[in-house]
Design a protein around this ligand. Sequence first.
Ligand code: S3P
Length: 171
Amino acid sequence: MKTVLIGYMGSGKSSIGKLFAKKNNLYFIDLDTYIEQKENMSITEIFNNKGEIYFRKKEHTYLKEILDSKQEFILALGGGTPCYTGNMELLLTQNITTVYLKASINTIVQRLTNEKSERPLVARLNADDLHEFIAKHLFERNYFYNKAKYKITVDAKKVTDIVTELALLLG
Ligand code: S3P
């Protein structure tokens, strides 16, 4: 089975994917880490040195590379991946299980406040601007996220409980 986790920055895609893979003896791939290894640069360096358009092109290329591989996996996308270059449509036309990890604006603001430095899209925003940015951005992105086959609300839940919920969902 090929499973893909989608959701906004800070929704827990990587930590949930990693634990789920460990418990179920699956291969875990984090798309951002994959891009960083292939490009030999951090996501921040890619944004700063090459720009967002370059990043989105690479994100699409490497997503396709992973999807084309024969093996089974659980893949955590970047927050923006489903929203660019036809990526969500690509996922929906293949035999892939898509799961949206849905976090509220407040949960995301809380989490990103402490972890925004390595996220170039929000790194320079102050507390007030961060809230407004996320509210608008999430509204736009929900159009794509809501196309996922399954949805799990993650607010106030422990990673272990979400992993159990995911296992039940995927059977
Ligand atoms: C992005 C999210 C990041 C990373 C890049 C752009 C976005 O991934 O791909 O900074 O557009 O939301 P995470 O969702 O893993 O933080």
